[in-house]
Design a protein around this ligand. Structure first.
Ligand SMILES: [Zn+2]
Length: 246
């Protein structure tokens, strides 16, 4: 696994649920923002499956999760948060979702897209069956990134909305069994914990410390305090042409 090679100027993070970003990438988001990047968030589902309590007021839950996500974004310095409102728990990688994400990529025009690795069904350590919404979000976002966002004939109706094709420079995938890149988040672990704590309807301090433990374990392997890891696909024509500020 290699340390991160390129510092992005702009990033779009596309995840299924409110709180997915805080688990997987919020430390790196802090780092990219500190280096001058503009970061946007997109949460695909409405969060309506975030409770098993039969007494839950679903409309209230959706509102709460939206507020929690906005607070978590604010803590790390993200001011652009989009909610697509798809139903939580039964997300499919439909052509409609791919079109919605293509529209967003062409509008935000990020250098980097971050999403889930859609190939992960099980984690390799055997501890987790990946949520199907994560895989659906990842598949739609990966194919929106390539080929849809950069190909003029695909979703030609978006041209009428003034959305010209856009080529993304690299793709960062979370929750991957094939991670190839790590990011040192040691300076941002406190912010990451605070962002996680915003999701009080979904997790408690035990979960926050479990995530910190994962980041510490990974950091130890690379002789830093805390790290996050990604499977990175780099689409730059030649590595030497890019911004090698890290
Ligand atoms: Zn999730």
């Amino acid at each position: 696994m290699n340390p991160e090679q390129f510092t992005p100027q702009s990033v779009l993070v596309i995840m299924a649920h409110a709180d997915d970003i805080e688990f997987g990438v919020s430390g790196s988001v802090c780092k990219w923002i500190a280096a001058g990047a503009e970061v946007s968030y997109c949460i695909i589902t409405d969060g309506s499956s975030g409770s098993n309590d039969p007494e839950t007021d679903i409309a209230q839950l959706v509102e709460t999760r939206r507020e929690e996500q906005l607070k978590a974004a604010q803590i790390v310095g993200v001011h652009d948060v989009r909610f697509l409102g798809y139903q939580d728990g039964s997300l499919q990688p439909t052509i409609e979702l791919r079109r919605d994400l293509t529209r967003l990529i062409r509008e935000v025009r990020p250098e980097r897209v971050v999403t889930f690795d859609p190939t992960t069904i099980f984690t390799r350590d055997g501890s987790y069956i990946n949520h199907p919404d994560h895989r659906a979000a990842g598949e739609a976002a990966v194919y929106a990134t390539f080929p849809s966002a950069e190909s003029r004939p695909i979703f030609a109706e978006l041209l009428a909305e003034g959305l010209e094709p856009h080529k993304v420079c690299d793709l960062y995938l979370v929750l991957s069994n094939d991670a190839n890149t790590w990011v040192d988040i040691s300076d941002h672990i406190a912010q990451k914990q605070d962002a996680l704590r915003c999701h009080a309807s979904q997790l408690d301090e035990k979960v926050v410390q479990m995530v910190v433990g994962w980041n510490a374990e990974l950091g130890k392997k690379h002789e830093v305090q805390y790290a996050e890891m990604f499977r990175v696909m780099n689409f730059r024509p030649n590595e030497d042409d890019g911004d090698k500020s890290e």
